[in-house]
Design a binder for this molecule. Structure first.
Ligand SMILES: *Cc1c(COP(=O)(O)O)cnc(C)c1O
Length: 450
């Protein structure tokens, strides 16, 4: 009896949950909220999971009153730490459709409708990046999963090419994302760290670093928008040299790749046309909900040869039909949610111009903020922003001062702004991407540092 009812719709619960979602979507802006206190959370959760269930209304209220406020809202326009999020309402609503319809996107046989729409978005990204027709891939859970899946392909191709030694090398700059080092560890390759020009990986730097090591190398990883400082590597120079040397060229655009939609930034991304693989996280700057990262390959069949899973019960998925596209074949995974659909829906509803404008607004705010910092005697700009990250120093502050300031700003709900370490020094950092982050919000925060 209880088993059956578990699968029946409880109208009251549906109203409660959908009502909550509607209210949350209508908040302009949402609350920033607070860090959690373990003892309080433990007390709220105590005894909840037992043999018998609980009144759904009570469980939901417990979530809304005790748990939700202990999750800092990364989609608040005052969340300027790490890389924030700013999903569109259309994307969030469609994410509910993906959940309620159990929309998966594992294979063409099971999910052609979802896969066709996801692929439409991947094609758009590939076209903006200047990749040739036929480029394609899959939406994975995040940039880390994308970087890992691409580097597995690079490693296998290097092995096939007969790159000598147990551990092929991958040329990177010391600004590459931490997930790249982790991925190299997992796949058994070593980093060849290239000296940078003001923290940019360049073609010239790469040429100097690889001299004498050409045979040991499997790949080069460049970054289109580093996480810490928003630095765009010399994609043209690095990509052309990778091509010349026959190395796999992977571009990590998890954060900055979204700026492909900006007519002003895109010219700096022309080197993406050389990429063998590219990662862009829509859950960062393409205004999609978690968890969503686009992984695009120039020649997807190379990835398919590496990632396809085989089993008797999967044979039915592998046909020779030209339209067959199994997203499971392009990364390290099998079952997957159709996580590209919220972005597809939002893009279809709003059009790419709206995305361009929203991305340009964040780039403009970074430029404007750099100007405001330069005008304040107690602040020092550390470098001109290339995308939407701003690094700056509060003259005279220690790491401890930054840390106290971060806590105070959050306690006062003025902002969530964590410091970073830049060239060995603890400094302040903003990452803008929420279109609701206004000049006034930035001024309010800068004033707290006076
Ligand atoms: C965020 C980020 C990643 C990791 O992406 P996740 O989605 O957090 O796994 C990788 N590279 C860069 C440049 C990033 O900014």
């Amino acid at each position: 009896m209880a088993t059956r009812s578990m699968f029946e719709l409880d109208g009251d619960l549906a109203d409660r949950v959908l009502g909550y979602c509607r209210e949350r979507l209508a908040l302009e802006p949402g609350p920033l909220d607070h860090p959690g206190v373990k003892a309080e959370l433990d007390a709220a959760l105590a005894g909840l999971l037992g043999q018998a269930g609980n009144d759904p209304a009570l469980v939901f209220d417990l979530f809304a009153e005790k748990l939700a406020p202990a999750v800092i809202s990364c989609d608040s326009p005052r969340f300027l730490s790490f890389i924030p999020a700013a999903p569109t309402k259309a994307a969030l609503l469609f994410d509910m459709v993906v959940s309620c319809s159990s929309l998966q996107g594992t294979s063409w046989l099971e999910a052609a409708g979802a896969v066709a729409a996801e692929n439409q978005v991947l094609e758009l990204l590939a076209r903006l990046a200047g990749l040739p027709d036929g480029a394609g891939g899959v939406f994975v859970s995040g940039g880390s999963a994308g970087n890992l899946s691409a580097l597995v392909v690079a490693r296998d191709l290097a092995r096939r090419r007969g790159v000598p030694g147990e551990r092929p090398k991958v040329a990177v700059s010391d600004q590459a994302h931490s997930s790249v080092a982790k991925a190299l560890h997992v796949v058994g390759m070593d980093a060849l760290v290239v000296e940078t020009d003001e923290q940019h990986l360049t073609g010239a730097g790469l040429r100097a670093a690889v001299a004498g090591h050409e045979d040991e190398l499997a790949a080069v990883v460049a970054t289109a928008g580093t996480t810490n400082a928003g630095i765009v590597d010399d994609l043209e120079g690095v990509g052309a040299l990778a091509r010349e040397l026959g190395l796999w060229f992977h571009v990590d655009g998890a954060y900055g790749g979204a700026a492909l939609f900006s007519d002003r930034v895109r010219p700096r991304y022309s080197g993406l046309r050389h990429a063998d693989s590219l990662v862009v996280d829509p859950h960062k700057w393409l205004f999609a909900p978690f968890d969503c990262a686009a992984l695009v390959y120039r020649e997807p069949w190379l990835a398919k040869a590496v990632h396809t899973q085989d089993a008797g019960y999967l044979d039915v998925l592998h046909t020779d039909a030209p339209e067959e596209w199994n997203p499971s074949d392009y990364a390290y995974h099998l079952t997957r949610r159709a996580r590209g659909l919220p972005l597809w829906f939002s893009l279809a509803v709003h059009g790419t111009d709206a995305y361009r404008d929203a991305i340009d607004a964040a780039v403009d705010l970074a430029t404007e903020t750099a100007g405001m910092i330069a005008e304040r005697p107690y602040l020092e700009l550390l470098r001109d922003p290339e995308l939407s990250v701003v690094l700056f120093r509060r003259v005279g502050w220690s790491a401890d001062d930054y840390s106290k300031w971060t806590s105070r700003l959050l306690a006062d709900q003025v902002g969530f702004v964590t410091p970073t370490v830049w060239l060995g020094e603890t400094v302040a950092r903003f990452c803008f991407l929420h279109p609701g982050t206004t000049t006034e919000v930035v001024v309010e925060i800068l004033d707290t540092m006076a």
